[in-house]
Ligand binder design. Structure first.
Ligand code: CA
Length: 233
């Protein structure tokens, strides 16, 4: 069972989503405007937030940005706007996934389930000793020993490539923006180009062989590691 917050001002739609998710065994809270949403998230600490873009008062984007200041839970945005630029804006302020209206309730539930799996993986990663080796298919990363092997052969990775790989493997499914990666890999005083991250990523992917195909480019935003891309190919 997970705790899910639905932020949607159309009560009928909100109730429909709630009853479906409750049938799946989740605890569901409802907020009908942005301020209510922020207060509720602070109080109930939801595992996932379903957030409508068009809300009275604070709009969904502002709510998303505010939630991100304090919380790490995945946010699924609902929107009648299907424009690519809007999707990118949503992802930049910290939304994790997107669903255009009108949507099928079954698809919404599937997206929520996928975000919850990610929460479970993140928690598992956070509770395991970070110095323990991480294994993914033929790839073994030993953060403590600063070593990685692919199918038993040692991989020649720079320190930054190693840090990048560790970050991605420890947070499957999470989108990291180029800004975040620049700060993480070079520090805040780095005044180079975002392209430096792309260059780093190209090198890392090449060295990882078919595992590298699981590092997905999120258009206009950054990168994420999607283990399932390997399972399906
Ligand atoms: Ca609405």
């Amino acid at each position: 069972m997970a705790r899910i917050l639905i932020v949607e001002d159309e009560a009928a739609l909100s109730d429909l989503v709630r009853s479906h998710l409750e049938k799946e065994g989740h605890a569901v809270d409802q907020a009908f405007d942005g301020n209510q949403a922020l207060a509720c998230a602070d109080r109930t600490r939801p595992d996932v937030v379903i957030l409508d873009w068009m809300l009275p008062g604070l709009d969904g984007l502002t709510v998303c940005r505010e939630l991100r200041r304090k919380h790490l839970m995945p946010i699924l945005m609902l929107t009648a706007r299907g424009d690519v630029a809007d999707r990118v804006t949503g992802l930049q302020v910290g939304a994790d996934d997107y669903l255009g209206k009108p949507f099928s309730i079954v698809e919404l539930a599937a997206r929520v389930a996928s975000l919850l799996r990610r929460v479970a993986l993140d928690r598992a990663a956070a509770t395991t000793d970070s110095s323990q080796p991480i294994t993914f298919g033929p790839l073994v990363l030993d953060p403590g020993g600063h070593r990685a092997t692919l199918a038993g052969s040692s991989l020649d990775l720079s320190r930054r490539e190693m840090d990048l790989l560790e970050l991605l493997l420890q947070h499957p499914g999470r989108t990291f923006s180029r800004d975040f990666l620049v700060e993480r890999l070079w520090g805040t005083d780095f005044d180079g180009l975002d392209r430096a991250v792309d260059t780093q990523m190209v090198r890392l992917r090449r060295k990882l062989g078919d595992v590298g195909a699981c590092i997905e480019t999120v258009w206009g935003v950054g990168y994420r590691f999607r283990p399932e891309l390997r399972e399906t190919t």
